[in-house]
Design a protein around this ligand. Structure first.
Ligand SMILES: Nc1ncnc2c1ncn2[C@@H]1O[C@H](COP(=O)(O)OP(=O)(O)O)[C@@H](O)[C@H]1O
Ligand SMILES: [Mg+2]
Length: 374
């Protein structure tokens, strides 16, 4: 960097160490602009020793180049967004600000780059999520509207058809209500996901309570639920209502996807370390869906829900906890949000989530949560 009056060594060092790429562009009238200086972040981004390089070597996109050249020539500020293509494409926004120059001296411009990749990705996810949620709501709504119309016209004087259609309408309404409930749950969980829970929860007790509450449903489906509480696994650090949601969702899935006559087992175990908590429980394909940033010496309680259902093919496993993801061909009538809710709750609890499954051999979902000091 050229020595300038007042720009001390500290200022230069700060500039050099700034995480944002900064370049200084210089251009004498009629000559193509060149880079006078680029800080360390800029050199890394452009993989160039920038000092003395033509501006076009760093910023190759014609429209970006033009904007910067124009700002330089007219000594005005400018802003331009662009994308760099590499192993991972990144989105940038460049802010150009003219520096005051002595009359007759070369014009100078500072260009600061801001990496907007993460913001773009978040924005994209939000848009996808809204589109998916609207679509999921619109389907039952369209069906409801269709039946209302039928009831008003063709089925007006047909009591039998009317009964049948009202039944379907009630189902669709229930489905929409469930969807809205799950969406609200998810957004509430996300709102305080960064605040770890501080309560103590007796998991064995909670599993028993949830199982009792679900008994009518499981009996109705012809599936038995057995609980193995382990030997006094103690309490975990948690929010009881949210852990109830976790257990409910996992048991509900296990029961829902298991044919009549099947068995679901809910087991609790102590694990002295995170490695022990992650250890596979069976043969088949296992995959971690969420792993905690484990702190040394942390012990966990592992909750496993195992079923004798159809199992899940390998290619679906990584996507199971995505919102609205459902394995094709499985008519669940569910919202596809259950495992997303589980994942967010477990993440808030600084715990882990894993699935083990093989087609035709049932599935095991494992959640592990940090033990509360006794
Ligand atoms: N125990 C299980 N056995 C087989 N498939 C399962 C099981 N649990 C979840 N799945 C699959 O994962 C998908 C996502 O589960 P979830 O998020 O709870 O949504 P859903 O509302 O469909 O139950 C389900 O649609 C189903 O295809
Ligand atoms: Mg579910």
């Amino acid at each position: 960097m050229p020595e300038r009056a007042g720009a001390g060594a500290a200022a230069q060092m700060i500039l050099e160490l700034l995480p944002e790429p900064v370049i200084l562009v210089r251009g004498a009238d009629g000559e193509p602009p060149e880079i006078a200086y680029g800080n360390q972040a800029a050199r890394e981004v452009f993989r160039l020793e920038l000092a003395g390089a033509p501006l076009g070597a760093a910023l190759r996109r014609p429209e970006v180049l033009e904007t910067i050249e124009h700002a330089l020539a007219t000594s005005t500020s400018a802003e331009v967004a662009f994308e760099t293509i590499g192993v991972q494409p990144r989105f940038w926004r460049a802010f150009a600000r003219p520096l005051e120059a002595e009359p007759g001296a070369a014009k100078q411009l500072v260009v600061v780059l801001r990496d907007e990749t993460d913001a773009r990705r978040t924005e994209r996810m939000r848009a996808d999520f809204l589109a998916n949620a609207s679509h999921e709501l619109r389907t039952p709504l369209a069906s409801l509207a269709g039946f209302v119309e039928t009831l008003r016209t063709h089925a007006k004087d047909d009591p039998e058809a009317r009964e049948k259609f009202l039944g379907i309408m009630a189902q669709q309404a229930t489905r929409m209500a469930r969807l809205v409930d799950d969406l609200l749950s998810l957004s509430r969980i996300e709102l305080n996901e960064h605040i770890a829970p501080s309560g103590k929860v007796d998991l064995a007790r909670t599993v028993q309570d949830v199982s009792d509450a679900m008994r009518p449903l499981t009996a109705d489906r012809g599936v038995t639920v057995a609980i193995d509480p382990g030997d006094d696994v103690g309490s975990v650090i948690g929010d009881r209502d949210q852990l109830v949601q976790v257990i409910q969702n996992l048991v509900d899935n296990a029961v829902k996807y298991t044919p009549r006559g099947g068995q679901v087992r809910v087991a609790l175990r102590s694990a002295p370390t995170v490695e022990a908590a992650r250890a596979p429980s069976r043969t088949g394909v296992g995959l971690s869906l969420l792993s905690p940033d484990a702190s040394e010496g942390q012990a966990y309680v592992v909750l496993r829900v195992t079923d004798t259902g159809p199992g899940i093919a390998r290619q679906h496993l990584p996507r199971l906890s995505e919102r609205f993801y459902r394995v094709e061909g499985q008519r669940s009538g569910g919202t596809g949000l259950g495992l997303a809710i589980v994942k967010h709750v477990v993440n808030r609890h600084r715990g882990g989530l894993a699935v083990e499954s093989a087609e035709g051999e049932g599935s095991t979902f494992s959640v592990y949560l940090p033990v509360a000091a006794s």
